[in-house]
Design a binder for this molecule. Structure first.
Ligand code: SAH
Length: 240
């Protein structure tokens, strides 16, 4: 089973949005588990201090390696097979392919720093993998961890029904998804594209494919490069 362990200064931020809908129901059904660890429990002194000023000077505070290590070591068994992530804008960009891989594994341990980040030495010392959710700066790792977990949890077998297996979704085939429509057939003078109402499955599929390609070409031509030279190990047909 996919087990998530979160190390944070704000444990009450979890499960947060993951307590609702698909992820929340799956958590209740035991399809995945969530454990939060308060890093401050390992803080120093009466005030449970976890950070200090940056060596070399400059603004902000840095989380101490010894405190974070104590928190990690207390949370994990020596033979814990899960990857240990460090949320960081410097990290490898998080992708759908990565979500698929992690969703199929034993789970994740996610360290959520605050302030300027953590003392660099912890990364090598505890084999942390730096992961970014995009090219912008958040004020802490918690929202990034929630995003990574949400993307993984919905792919755990049994979380989504067969109907909504996600196989067609954006990025799964290296394309952005085609547009969706539902009733009413006409709304504010706008009609549903005729191909979708034809009842002809091949025609619907061809329309969707063409639209997915058009939208990807317009918005994310970088993804099309992956179609010629596959960037993802996953194809539509592989998804369950
Ligand atoms: N000084 C750092 C930013 C610190 S932001 C820098 O310039 O790189 C505080 C924390 O928020 C980070 O340590 C990280 O855990 C989290 N964070 C901020 N932006 C993020 C992003 N794009 N992806 C993942 N985590 C992020």
């Amino acid at each position: 089973m996919f087990a998530a362990t979160i190390l944070t200064l704000f444990p009450s931020m979890f499960p947060g949005p993951l307590g609702f809908s698909l992820a929340g129901e799956a958590l209740e059904r035991g399809l995945w588990s969530l454990e939060t660890r308060d890093i401050r429990a390992h803080g120093l002194g009466r005030h449970r201090v976890v950070d200090d000023t940056p060596a070399g000077g400059g603004p902000g505070m840095v989380m101490r390696a010894d405190i974070v290590a104590a928190s990690l070591d207390a949370a994990l068994a020596r033979d814990d097979p899960r990857q240990r992530l460090l949320m960081s804008p410097r990290g490898a960009p998080f992708t759908q392919a990565q979500a698929r891989e992690w969703a199929a594994g034993p789970g994740l341990v996610i360290l959520c720093p605050r302030f300027e980040g953590v003392d660099e030495r912890i990364i090598e010392a505890r084999g942390l993998i730096e992961v970014s959710i995009g090219d912008y700066v958040l004020s802490g790792g918690e929202i990034a961890a929630l995003a990574v977990l949400d993307a993984c949890v919905r792919l755990i077998p049994g979380v989504m029904g067969k109907e909504e297996s996600g196989a067609d979704e954006s990025f799964e085939a290296g394309l952005l998804e085609y547009p969706h429509f539902t009733r009413p057939r006409e709304w504010e003078g706008r009609a549903i594209p005729e191909a979708l109402l034809s009842g002809d499955h091949a025609r619907v599929a061809a329309w969707r494919r063409a639209e997915a390609e058009r939208i990807t070409r317009e918005r994310r031509p970088d993804l099309l490069a992956c179609l010629i030279q596959p960037c993802f190990p996953y194809r539509t047909g592989d998804a369950n």
